[in-house]
Design a protein around this ligand. Structure first.
Ligand SMILES: Nc1ncnc2c1ncn2[C@@H]1O[C@H](COP(=O)(O)OP(=O)(O)OP(=O)(O)O)[C@@H](O)[C@H]1O
Ligand SMILES: [Mg+2]
Length: 243
């Protein structure tokens, strides 16, 4: 293994992930999903982690790649491991260094050889040529959104760029939504936005703004409040992506 690492550390990374998935050699065609939007703070990392946990609980092998320079998810996992050092995580997490051209190409080529589902927590930017390899390898995009003007503008930019690279299904996930809030005009704008997004992909049931979602961890099963908050959304994603 060390020789392999010296010669090609990226293949090593994928193979070691695969070994931790308890397969002797990479055999299956993983389904790869980006969790992506250009808008920052819209819930990409939170949804990525909770969805990884949810799918694991459905008996699906899940690996997560943290492709964000901020390494939010990786740091979150490290904090969780410090708090609960003897825990065996339910899903594996690896860093994908977007600044390393060769690593991105190699990993995105070989990631399909993993088992189950691979979720990629993407950076909230489009200024990175390497994103074409990440988007291009995806079997679907999970796109957290909200209905404020900035996020709608950013989402339409994201959709335009993503569609130039890939024709795979796009699932839009309204996040931090409190349905009862908002004026009549705002509710009408939401409906218009959903109509437009449904002509490009599919809008999933919304996730509410709630502390249960905010206090997610990367190690343990979803608690009851989290299940209530994300259950119907994630069931719909699972159905739409044929998982
Ligand atoms: N449904 C929710 N209810 C309450 N808080 C939420 C919810 N979703 C996300 N948050 C909070 O919103 C903030 C931003 O979420 P998150 O970090 O997941 O967004 P992001 O899109 O990954 O951001 P970035 O672009 O910086 O990577 C976090 O503080 C998170 O806890
Ligand atoms: Mg993030």
């Amino acid at each position: 293994m060390y020789k392999l690492y010296k010669e090609n550390p990226w293949s090593y990374q994928i193979i070691s992930l695969s070994l931790r998935q308890k397969t002797l050699k990479p055999i299956n065609m993983a389904k790869v999903f980006t969790v992506s939007n250009v808008k920052g703070g819209v819930g990409k990392t939170t949804i990525c982690s909770l969805l990884a946990t949810y799918l694991t609980e459905q008996g699906i092998t899940v690996s997560v790649l943290d492709a964000d320079l901020q390494e939010s998810l990786k740091r979150h996992r490290e904090r969780d491991m410090e708090s609960y050092p003897d825990t065996d995580p339910e899903w594996e997490l690896e860093r994908l260094d977007m600044e390393d051209d060769a690593e991105v190409r190699t990993i995105m080529k070989s990631v399909k050889e993993l088992d189950g589902v691979v979720l990629i927590d993407c950076p909230g930017t489009l200024n990175d040529d390497n994103l074409q390899f990440v988007y291009g390898a995806a079997d679907g995009a999970i796109v957290p959104i909200s209905y404020d003007d900035d996020t709608i503008d950013a989402t339409s930019l994201f959709v335009t760029v993503f569609r130039k690279l890939s024709n795979v299904p796009m699932l839009f996930v309204p996040n931090r939504i409190n349905k009862s809030e908002g004026t009549k005009a705002e509710r009408e704008q939401r409906e218009e936005t959903e109509k437009a997004l449904n002509s490009i992909g599919k809008v999933m049931p919304a996730i509410k703004q709630t502390v249960a979602v905010k206090r997610y961890n990367t190690l343990f099963a979803l608690d009851l409040q989290q299940r209530i908050a994300v259950g119907s959304t994630f069931e719909a994603i699972q159905r739409e992506m044929n998982l």
